[in-house]
Ligand binder design. Sequence first.
Ligand SMILES: [Zn+2]
Length: 206
Amino acid sequence: MAWRALLDLLFPPQCAGCNALGAGLCDACVPRGIVRVRFPMLAVTAIGAYEGSLRTAVLALKDGRRDVAEALGRVTARLVARGSLLVPVPTTAKRRRVRGFDGVTLVARSAAQAAGARVVTALEHRSGDAQRGRSRTQRLEAHGRFACDPAGIAARRVTLFDDVCTTGSTLRDCAGAVREAGGIVEDAVVVAVTKSTASWNMPIVS
Ligand SMILES: [Zn+2]
């Protein structure tokens, strides 16, 4: 792709962690091992804790760095099973407008390409109208924030995909929407988990 080569020439991929040229996250800045966190009905696997170079990379992704998205996808691919269906947690429309793209979906596509998996963008944020009429408590519980299109996921096993897992409430909400649409979901792959999540879940670090 000529435009891609031109982009790389104008904005050479640069490590979000240490500024080395070549990739959005260099090998030296990728944490060793993986982190697993278990929630009720959902097992989450991450590249590492949300700190250091991984945190810098996620922030760069939120800033719209495509080179970092692609690098995070290649790194996350080692957590993705061949042939699996990845369902990204959608970015809000407002954020997408600011960044110009949905960072999580871009990371998921890069991971799927490297791992031989597929991405199905089945989830979307419910509109403000759908939230209206809900009590404050209902909104705070944050259930029902997402809608899931059954096409492509009904009766299929899917893996949720997100950038950062903090309390797990977003992932569990998404899992609920997938199940309501007839999909089967027991696990999620994320780039990073926050330390607080990791500590109260007693992760297995390998
Ligand atoms: Zn680096």
